[in-house]
Design a protein around this ligand. Structure first.
Ligand code: MN
Length: 412
């Protein structure tokens, strides 16, 4: 594809991507845009120029402050809209070329939450992460619990505290249990991130009927980078027997551009062999994992960034289709805008561990940063940045980043 916007090719937002997001800028209320290179394209302006006329999309949809209603038009419409944008950006005669209101430099835009998230579920689908956490929190000899290879373990999270990249994270306070003595209350001393990816539901399913594993991708609109902030000391004391609660629900951060499954098509790959064989409702056809390169950087206040982890989404033991089939197999329905996060994405090597808990082995092996300071967990003032991109020959499709800075606990 030969795009008349120059300089986009080697960026996350090449012509092969065309993600969707919500932006605002001087004189522009929050609305739907796409990213191309370092520019944001105002899709309301593009719609007024009639490029989407064949789709009969009501004009006000482009000026809504979430993507929910746009996504709800269905993939036949949204996939074609993306294709039209690609065609116009490659058409030297395009009507878009003569309009000076169409593009805004990304640096002048504010990005907003792309969707209103109704429900949020967090899975636990990396075998390396689940094994590491099992060793650290429970039993080094039997790290994986007996159910883990038979079903994609998950829990229902909190949608209200999912926030967009750039918003600060306030260190949570809570109840923790020192090794000796009674529980105490105070700011978390073990604040951590989790490197995850989220997928956004693009189609409602019916209460009482499940989504078959081989149809699951019809219900997935696209993906974002997802940082599932975690307070390990609060988590460790509270999680038995019902699982994560206040150690998790104080915040989760996402990247602002939703990369469609269409854009990820060239990056499909096989997942790890599942042994023992899974039950029939979890058996899928084809390639359902995606080769998405991931990295995490920690930047101390006023300092330089340190890349502390490089991982890959393709390591996931349970794929998105299996997660969605399992989530709905009991009749639970999903709705447009729901968010499903993967679980921390760790690889086999120590430098591919997707959380500080694993990197510092629960504080036993602190990580040394390039300014000489060490971290077992995050310090106030630290900024955590996660990036994700796919590369296949000359084709690059990326997610940009999700970034947030840690602020001290309130009235600490
Ligand atoms: Mn998580």
């Amino acid at each position: 594809m030969n795009c008349w916007i120059k300089g986009a090719e080697d960026t996350d937002f090449s012509i092969h991507n065309i993600p969707f997001g919500i932006f605002s800028a001087e004189g522009r209320s929050p609305r739907i845009g796409t990213a191309i290179g370092d520019q944001v394209m105002d899709l309301k302006v593009a719609a007024i120029l009639s490029i989407f006329d064949e789709l009969a999309i009501p004009l006000p949809i482009w000026e809504e402050d979430t993507l929910n209603n746009f996504i709800g038009l269905g993939k036949a419409v949204t996939s074609r809209a993306r294709q039209i944008i690609q065609e116009e950006l490659c058409n030297e005669e395009s009507v878009l070329r003569s309009n000076d209101q169409l593009f805004v430099p990304m640096s002048e835009c504010t990005m907003h939450m792309p969707v209103q998230v109704g429900d949020y579920t967090d899975f636990y689908s990396s075998i390396e992460h689940a094994t590491n956490v099992g060793k650290l929190f429970r039993d080094p000899e039997n790290a994986l619990l007996p159910n883990w290879k038979h079903l994609p373990v998950g829990y229902h999270g909190r949608a209200s505290s999912i926030i967009v990249s750039g918003q600060d994270i306030i260190r949570p306070k809570g109840q923790t249990k020192p090794p000796e003595g009674a529980p105490v209350f105070g700011p978390s001393k073990r604040l951590d991130y989790e490197l995850e990816m989220g997928f956004i539901i693009g189609k409602n399913s019916n209460l009482g009927s499940g989504v078959p594993v081989n149809d699951a991708e019809d219900y997935i609109f696209g993906k974002v980078i997802f940082n599932d902030w975690s307070a390990r000391d609060i988590q460790k004391w509270e999680y038995v027997p019902l699982g994560p609660f206040l150690g998790k629900n104080f915040a989760s951060s996402i990247s602002p551009w939703v990369v469609t499954l269409d854009a990820l098509e060239p990056f499909r790959t096989h997942g790890p062999l599942q042994d023992p064989a899974v039950l029939p409702y979890l058996q899928y056809d084809g390639q359902r994992n995606f080769d998405i390169k991931l990295e995490v950087g920690i930047t101390p206040d006023g300092g330089q960034e340190n890349i502390v982890c490089r991982s890959n989404f393709k390591y996931m033991y349970w794929n998105m289709s299996q997660q969605l089939a399992h989530h709905t197999v009991n009749g639970c329905n999903v709705k447009v805008g729901d968010m499903m996060a993967s679980g921390t994405i760790s690889g086999k090597d120590e430098n591919s561990f997707g959380s500080m808990l694993e990197l510092s082995w629960a504080g036993k092996k602190p990580v040394t940063l390039n300014d000489g300071s060490t971290r077992s967990f995050l310090a106030d003032g630290d900024t955590v940045t996660m990036r994700a991109h796919c590369q296949q020959g000359n084709i690059r499709v990326g997610f940009g980043e999700v970034r947030a800075q840690i602020k001290p606990a309130i009235n600490a």
